[in-house]
Design a protein around this ligand. Structure first.
Ligand code: SF4
Length: 239
């Protein structure tokens, strides 16, 4: 049994292709930009068995095409690594591609077992310095970077994601620093996402403060300029 926050049957933003997205309950971090505060409490959500989840996913198999499949997101799926492993094992037995959407904040033996059944990983490198991690995530930068190295060593195709937050990590120097952290690894792509505040209502209804509530949403055009900058660096690296 594991705890699930919500299920999304045909997601297009959570990994390659069309995907069945399982938002798992529980997260050890407290990112100031978090869009899913309802997933934080490990005792919340609803209990499911791995079989119940995979039965639901299999019904959508015909929509997945070549690239799609199941994505485990959250919350933080690594917090329920053994349950996540059961889901991925069973998904793969049914010929379904598996994608993990994670902060990379835990790397123990259970997580390494989960990664044996992971076809694709979307790894958040939330900031490019340990100082920003400590201040706005609640952990150090070392484990996510160690996680990235482990993905590379095990040849798991990886997408790096970072939310661009105005005044915090929205300069070219910030994106250059991100590039420096990831340049030695095999990366499928880097996705920079503009900080949005649509989650404010979730914080309000939960009666908790949105830590970045006073920061304006990021401008999509400025984020695109940063995205172009890092894309051209990655392209130069390949050439
Ligand atoms: S890791 Fe994800 S779910 Fe956890 S606090 Fe950060 S943004 Fe929210």
């Amino acid at each position: 049994m594991g705890r699930i926050s919500s299920l999304l049957s045909l997601g297009t933003l959570d990994g390659p292709g069309i995907r069945y997205v399982v938002f798992m309950q529980g997260c050890p971090l407290r990112c100031a930009c978090c869009h899913n505060p309802e997933t934080h409490d490990i005792n919340g959500g609803q209990e499911y068995t791995a079989d119940e989840i995979v039965e639901k996913v299999v019904k959508y198999k015909e929509y997945f095409g070549e690239d799609g499949g199941i994505t485990l997101s959250g919350g933080e799926p690594l917090l329920q690594a053994e349950f996540a492993t059961e889901i991925f094992k069973k998904a793969k037995e049914n010929g379904i591609n598996t994608c993990l959407d994670t902060s990379g904040c835990i790397l123990n033996e259970s997580v390494k077992e989960l990664l044996k059944y992971t076809d694709y990983c979307m790894l958040d490198i939330k900031y490019s310095t340990d100082e920003l991690y400590q201040k706005y995530v609640g952990c150090g930068i070392d484990t996510p970077l160690e996680f990235l190295r482990y993905l590379h060593q095990n040849k798991i195709p990886t997408r790096i994601r970072q939310v661009i937050v105005p005044t915090i990590n929205d300069t070219k120097a910030d994106t250059d620093a991100l590039y420096e952290l990831i340049k030695d690894f095999e990366i499928d792509k880097v996705e920079l996402l503009p900080f949005k505040k649509i989650c404010q209502t979730k914080y309000d209804s939960m009666g908790i403060e949105f830590p970045f509530g006073s920061i304006p949403s990021a401008n999509a055009k400025s984020t695109k300029i940063l995205q172009d900058n890092i894309n051209s660096k990655l392209k130069e690296k390949i050439l």
